[in-house]
Design a protein. Structure first.
Length: 236
């Protein structure tokens, strides 16, 4: 299938095997959580290999007493943005990869079951207001709650693409300079829609892509409602 150039689909054999296991209705909730974490770790590694760069840091000393130049990552200003609820299942994987702690800004978005449009119900971005992208990470503007240079959005499933597109627009209005979206599974149609929201500023890294959506906006074959499977709320 044809996908936009800012979409990257993993071909890692371990990702494909774990995704296959995650699709199964017989996989218990405890394993679902582990599989989401593992898949998120691998696709985050693939994403960060190109979206982050190594930079020289301050001098330090080894246990043998030798000096060396430390290595940091660039950009220094990074935020992690999980889409509630299911994005919570991917947070720890990304946090464990990054060498330093980063702020976590939650966005609550849900898809209206009738119109299939995205509705925002929670937003804890600092100030919720756009700030000039020219503000540096050490400027008073940024210290007061300005946007990060890079926002990492985590959302296990991209279906119609409406929720992801809305999140991208919110972050763009907030003032981020770049966005990386990490997802476990996505529908081709939804990926195309979300990828066009800010094509020059957003990169997508996904473990797998399904070609079809049901009339209720669910992926086919998909893997069910990840939030329900993670938090044992099936049948609510």
């Amino acid at each position: 299938m044809t996908l936009p150039p800012n979409v990257h689909v993993s071909i890692h054999p371990c990702v494909l095997a774990k995704l296959s296991r995650l699709r199964s209705q017989s996989t218990p909730a405890r394993e679902v959580k582990t599989l989401v974490h593992d898949i998120a770790s691998i696709i985050a590694c693939e994403a960060f290999a190109t979206s982050l760069t190594a930079a020289d840091g301050p001098m330090d000393t080894t246990p043998m007493g030798f000096e060396y130049t430390t290595t940091t990552i660039s950009p220094r200003s990074i935020s992690l943005v999980p889409i509630l609820r299911s994005g919570l299942g991917m947070i720890e994987a990304v946090q464990q990869l990054l060498p330093d702690s980063v702020p976590v800004h939650h966005l609550g978005l849900y898809r209206d079951p009738t119109t299939l449009t995205s509705v925002e119900y929670y937003n804890n971005l600092p100030n919720h207001l756009a700030i000039s992208p020219s503000a540096s990470a050490t400027s008073p503007e940024h210290a007061a709650g300005g946007p990060s240079e890079l926002a990492i959005v985590v959302d296990p499933v991209i279906a119609t693409g409406g929720t992801c597109a809305a999140a991208i627009q919110t972050l763009r209005e907030w003032g981020v300079q770049r966005i990386v979206v990490l997802s476990v599974i996505a529908a081709a149609e939804g990926l195309r829609r979300a990828a066009q929201q800010w094509g020059e500023g957003t990169q997508f890294y996904v473990a797998g892509v399904d070609a079809e959506l049901t009339d209720k906006g669910m992926l086919k074959p998909g893997l069910g409602d990840v939030g329900d499977r993670l938090f044992l709320t099936i049948g609510k």
